[in-house]
Design a protein around this ligand. Structure first.
Ligand SMILES: C[S@@+](CC[C@H](N)C(=O)[O-])C[C@H]1O[C@@H](n2cnc3c(N)ncnc32)[C@H](O)[C@@H]1O
Length: 289
């Protein structure tokens, strides 16, 4: 690939998905885009770039999809789901007792393991019986959303992070594949959404999972996304980030909960919103493992 083509693709990916590739990632781009060029019956990346420059929206979307990393698994990192069950949901059940409804957003939901892990936690949480709980799963990639909607996983995928009792309870087996039961699938609404674009139309949420996507963005993009996320979380709601992500040193739109790694609340001092602790002092603290 020529340096000029690489620079063109770098700029395109940054604009379209926020992916911030360093100058030395040609091999990654080649390994993902050469198969795509072949599929499109083009001799190589130069011709792929040529088609994109000529305005092929379909190929542009395919390039963006091919460069996204969709790695995910059930109950990924375990601790965020412990926080959800043991601190976040109990506090919200108290705080929302009169309205009996909750809204949870799983941004960058990939093939569904994360929103369905949330759905299983909600389903298992006795205090939410009879409540209206909306779980909204969004991703840039239509392809992963389609897989998520189907809720069909391989033996390998269900063996990654999913406790056996959850597998037996919430899935049905067809040959080598496992499908989530319809009632659990119905708990999750899917929508295509690019985090670089306005998402205020989704309304506000009590809990936002935005994990393992911001790591691909540059500093300015992270700051901008944190600012917009802060407007989407209820004043007493929470944001959960991935194990390798943090707001610290990047944005003051959120403040970390010291004993709850990966959990953040809106910084009321900065946003000027009336803040209240979602997890009042004395709530059970889950120790970092
Ligand atoms: C590594 S996966 C993380 C999945 C899940 N959140 C987890 O932690 O297991 C990252 C996901 O972010 C999505 N993504 C990448 N850029 C995005 C963007 N600009 N807007 C929305 N989703 C994006 C990708 O399509 C991919 O499914």
């Amino acid at each position: 690939m020529t340096p000029i083509d690489y620079e063109f693709l770098r700029k395109l990916l940054k604009e379209r998905s926020g992916l911030d590739l360093s100058a030395d990632k040609q091999y990654l781009v080649e390994s993902r885009l050469i198969p795509l060029a072949r599929k499109a019956e083009l001799p190589g990346i130069a011709e792929l770039v040529g088609k994109i420059k000529a305005g092929s929206a379909a190929l542009t979307a395919e390039v963006v999809e091919a460069m996204t990393t969709n790695e995910t698994f059930f109950f990924r990192d375990k601790i965020p789901f412990d926080h959800l069950r043991e601190s976040i949901l109990p506090a919200l059940v108290q705080a929302r007792a009169s309205r009996r409804s909750l809204r949870i957003w799983c941004a960058a939901s990939s093939t569904g393991q994360e929103p369905y892990s949330i759905a299983m936690c909600v389903k298992e949480f006795a205090g939410l019986a009879g409540w209206r709980v909306e779980i909204v799963a969004t991703d840039l990639s239509q392809e992963v959303l389609e897989k998520s909607k189907a809720g069909i996983y391989s033996q390998f995928e269900v063996q990654r992070g999913l406790p056996i009792q959850m597998l037996v309870k919430y899935f049905t087996q067809t040959g080598e594949l496992w499908q989530l039961k319809a009632d659990l699938r119905a708990m999750v609404q899917h929508r295509q959404l690019n985090l670089l674009q306005d998402f205020s139309h989704l309304g506000t949420f009590d809990v936002i999972f935005c994990r393992n996507v911001l790591i691909y963005f540059d500093q300015d993009t992270k700051v901008a996304v944190f600012d917009r996320l802060a407007r989407m979380v209820e004043a007493d709601g929470v944001l959960l980030l991935g194990a390798a992500e943090s707001v610290v040193g990047i944005s003051d739109a959120f403040k970390p909960y010291p004993e709850r790694r990966g959990v953040y609340r809106v910084n009321a001092d900065r946003t000027g919103r009336a803040g209240a602790a979602a997890m009042p002092p004395g709530m059970k603290v889950v120790a970092a493992r």
